[in-house]
Design a protein around this ligand. Structure first.
Ligand code: NDP
Length: 477
């Protein structure tokens, strides 16, 4: 098997590779991917630093052409890249192709943004003086990504970094390097100058940590767990470096008595169990008022019975496997914890055998849960949902906000009054009415509050907040 190498200073390097294993069938090795050493990472950072002066002054048409070409190639190869994504991460093929399409849309959006770079010209408070406010790139950006969106998250960090004139050292999650390697290959062939984008694959403890410890990285954008995010923050403060964190969630979805039952059930099933619940925006807490509670539980468990769990590439599959054995153990440990805490296992909870060796788990619903149980407070990151019964909207809202996290929150209701009140009073970065808490657009801000996020929003034109620094210049004519 050929090794997919790291890209450092415009050269493909690396001779030892680690296996990328398909979670639907552990006999299927997706490919071999190089492991960077600490020395390789230092060289990548030096290359990005050396490439910065020229790239930061490159013409907007050059940047536009590279990002547009990348978008076009990703889209043209969406079937092949979607299949790769499903093989390495375990999302179903439609989900994989959907994510690849989104990555193409993100590159397309930021290709457009290169043509819309602008500043402001203001009169000074002092006569005869002009003031210009411009945005400049930061320098070398370190990008560290998680395994659950192997192409969309790298895209929404790499595209704006390059659009605004930064150079990049990119470390994807070790579990899923395939899609990352593919988009770096596409960008490289699209004509990026040497050193502008460097790929360093390998474990976080070596590759990521070397990036955190480097004084030459001007900004780090990170998506992953709260624990690693705290390390990124501590190291960045040490180096006086800008940082942006997107971390976990324990997203509530409220279902009110007046909800359309079908809409509520579909939104809960979609955001609780699709993508195997491995989305930071998944609804893992359902907060249901007592008038609709029993009907909703019956309808949701009926819907869960129809969800086919299996090999991600099979057409009949609705939910693919858990990403690996370690995550599966975390999910089943939490299911045991839920039972011990006294929640009622209303559906699922069993590991499933299929005709290929993989990490298959039944979608799992706990009812009669409380908001104080660990299954309702800690991020499980699997297809495991707790359902909590409440008296009315006021109790539901208080409970939805009673969490350390604040990424996404939803409500199912036909009441304009409650929908409007919830949009205003939810303590989450993103609020959904009659929609799943997961599933967001590519051209508008993404991010949360409290322990879910730190720093400026990602995506859309708001991405400029992180990837640029503002300069104010005064001129006396
Ligand atoms: P981790 O925090 O374990 O890993 C995230 C990235 O950090 C990986 O690339 C990892 O490398 C790297 N890393 C690990 N240790 C270090 C270190 N010491 N220094 C620098 N980098 C390091 O998260 P997961 O990949 O397990 O992702 C799941 C988590 O991500 C969930 O908690 C989920 O909620 C969150 N997430 C949040 C999103 C959001 O936008 N809010 C979106 C998607 C996921 P390696 O893979 O080699 O370990």
């Amino acid at each position: 098997m050929t090794i997919h190498q790291n890209l450092i200073a415009g050269e493909w390097v690396g001779s030892t590779g680690s296996e990328n294993v398909n979670p639907s069938d552990t006999n299927d090795i997706v490919g071999l991917y190089a492991q960077a050493t600490a020395d390789d990472v230092s060289q990548a950072i030096a290359a990005a630093k050396a490439a910065f002066p020229a790239w930061s002054r490159s013409g907007i048409l050059e940047r536009h052409a590279i990002l547009k070409k990348t978008a076009d190639e990703i889209l043209a190869r969406k079937q092949e890249l979607g299949t790769l994504l499903s093989r390495e991460e375990g999302k179903t093929l439609p989900e994989g192709i959907g994510e690849v399409t989104r990555a193409a849309q993100i590159f397309d959006f930021f290709a457009g943004e290169t043509l819309r770079l602008a500043g402001e010209v203001l009169p000074s408070a002092r006569p005869g003086i002009g003031v210009e406010i411009t945005r400049e790139p930061l320098g070398v950006i370190g990008i560290i990504t998680p395994w659950n969106f192997p192409i969309a998250i790298p895209a929404w960090k790499i595209a704006p970094a390059l659009c605004y004139g930064n150079t990049v050292v990119f470390k994807p999650a070790e579990l899923v390097p395939g899609c990352s390697w593919a988009i770096v290959d596409i960008l490289h062939r699209a004509g990026l100058p040497k050193g502008v984008l460097n790929l360093v694959m390998g474990p976080g403890s070596v590759v990521g940590q070397t990036m955190l410890d480097s004084p030459d990285i001007a900004g780090i954008t990170f998506t992953g767990s709260t624990g690693t995010g705290k390390r990124v923050a501590a190291a960045s403060i040490e180096h006086n470096r800008k940082f942006q964190l997107e971390m976990g969630g324990k997203n509530p979805m409220i279902v009110l008595d007046d909800a359309d039952l079908g809409v509520a059930v579909e939104a809960a099933a979609n955001s609780g169990f699709f993508s195997t619940g491995q989305r930071c925006t998944a609804s893992s807490r359902l907060i249901v008022t007592e008038g609709i509670h029993d009907k909703f539980v019956d309808a949701l468990t009926e819907r869960m019975k129809s969800i086919q769990v299996g090999h991600a590439l099979r057409p009949e599959t609705h939910v693919g496997p858990v990403v690996d054995g370690r995550q599966l153990k975390q999910d089943t440990d939490y299911i045991e914890i839920g039972v011990k805490e006294g929640a009622k296992l209303a559906f699922g909870g069993e590991r499933l055998e299929r005709d290929t060796p993989g990490f298959f788990l039944q979608p799992t619903l706990f009812t009669e849960a409380t908001n104080q149980m660990r299954i309702s407070r800690e991020e499980i990151f699997g297809p495991v949902v707790s359902l909590i019964r409440v008296k009315d909207y006021d109790e539901a809202l208080a409970m939805a906000n009673d969490t350390p996290f604040g990424l996404s929150a939803g409500i199912a209701t036909t009441s304009l009054k409650y929908a409007t009140h919830f949009k205003r009073n939810s303590e989450a970065g993103m609020v959904m009415v009659n929609l799943p808490t997961a599933g967001v657009d590519f051209h508008v801000p993404f991010g949360g509050r409290k322990a879910s996020s730190f720093g400026p929003r990602e995506q859309g034109k708001y991405a400029a907040e992180f990837f640029t620094v503002v300069k104010t210049a005064y001129t006396q004519a």
